[in-house]
Design a binder for this molecule. Structure first.
Ligand SMILES: [Fe+2]
Ligand SMILES: [Fe+2]
Length: 333
């Protein structure tokens, strides 16, 4: 009766009671996060935590799906059957990643239709890296090496994200991403070691074009990253943008030496004191321009994505009709 009497009391009183309850829930939520615990879909969570996760997980899902497009351009032009099979498998994996992530976002109470509508109408963002063109076959290898490589750096810490459905999706995704990185590096090694001078030049050209956009994948510097501090406190983000970027550069600079390519940064140099590679300034104006919609392929990617969605309508309708038929048959049996 106590609760009910509060529920039917004056508006201000109800509000005060709710806010006390909310304060308790929030304290319990914060304590669980501080203990390194996980939050499940049915657990209470602050609105802002929910919104942050929906934004991040859906941007991540969109990136997986839009990321299929630049590589999809090369399926018919892969140089051998083996490379074609590997590329098809990778692109299919990315589609799967998108689906796990949409499912994780849906557990937060946002429907897939809403998420896709935000993408197709240009309201939602996806990783800016996919707004750059793939000009030659070496680009496919460089995407695997650098873009999937940067994705792994970003994503491994997400396996410990405080929101459990996201963390679980990321564990599976990370296993596949490491295959993506290796297949890219392997394709480039073959071109560099067994290829012609022209093929080696293609690899170098692709590395020159993808290096800086790959570094931008870690997001703006910590000093300018608006969402980072809160996300770190909530255990959504575990390592800062700048630290992840440095980790990536340290790993990749060595891989470039083994590959026999140079990275297009005259200031890139091993720093004995820091035990890290120093690197030159990143063109953040370019980053914001591409994020803002004015990259080399923003319009093309979105148009292609919308077209793929529209042309796939009959598949979705057929799948639904089939599911309905099966359900009716099962009911009748
Ligand atoms: Fe992926
Ligand atoms: Fe990938």
């Amino acid at each position: 009766m106590y609760t009910q009497s509060m529920d039917v009391g004056p508006k201000e009183e109800r509000k005060a009671v709710r806010s006390v309850e909310e304060a308790e829930l929030e304290a319990r939520f914060e304590a669980r996060i501080d203990d390194g615990g996980f939050i499940e879909a049915k657990d209470w969570m602050p609105d802002h935590y929910r919104k942050t996760l929906v934004r991040q997980i859906s941007q991540h899902a969109h990136s997986e799906i839009v990321g299929m497009l630049p590589e999809g351009n090369w399926v018919t032009r892969a140089p051998t059957l083996k490379r074609k099979a590997i590329l098809l498998a990778k692109i299919q994996d990315e589609g799967g990643h998108g689906l796990y992530l949409y499912a994780a976002a849906e557990t937060l109470g946002t429907s897939r239709d809403q998420l896709l509508d935000a993408l197709h109408t240009g309201r939602a963002k996806y990783s800016s890296i996919f707004n750059y063109p793939t000009l030659n076959w070496a680009d496919v290898g460089v995407i695997g090496w650098l873009v999937d490589g940067a994705a792994i750096m970003n994503q491994v810490p997400l396996c410990r994200c405080s929101y459990a459905p996201y963390a679980r999706a990321m564990i599976r995704i990370c296993r596949e991403e490491s295959f993506h990185q290796r297949q890219g590096y392997d394709a480039l090694l073959v071109m560099m070691r067994d290829g012609t001078d022209a093929q080696r030049a293609m690899v170098q050209d692709a590395v020159n074009r993808w290096w800086w956009p790959s570094l931008m994948m870690f997001g703006p510097p910590d000093s300018e990253s608006t969402h980072s501090a809160q996300s770190m406190r909530w255990g959504i983000k575990r390592i800062s943008n700048d630290d992840l970027r440095q980790k990536f550069i340290d790993a990749t600079a060595q891989q470039a030496q083994v590959l026999g390519v140079s990275l297009p940064d005259p200031l890139l140099k091993w720093n004995e004191d820091r035990q890290h590679w120093d690197f030159g300034p990143i063109d953040w104006d370019e980053f914001w321009r591409v994020v803002g919609g004015d990259g080399p392929c923003n319009r093309e990617r979105l148009a292609e994505r919308v077209q793929a969605w529209e042309e796939g309508a009959w598949v979705r309708e057929a799948a639904l009709a089939h599911a309905r038929k099966r359900a009716t048959r099962q009911e009748a049996a």
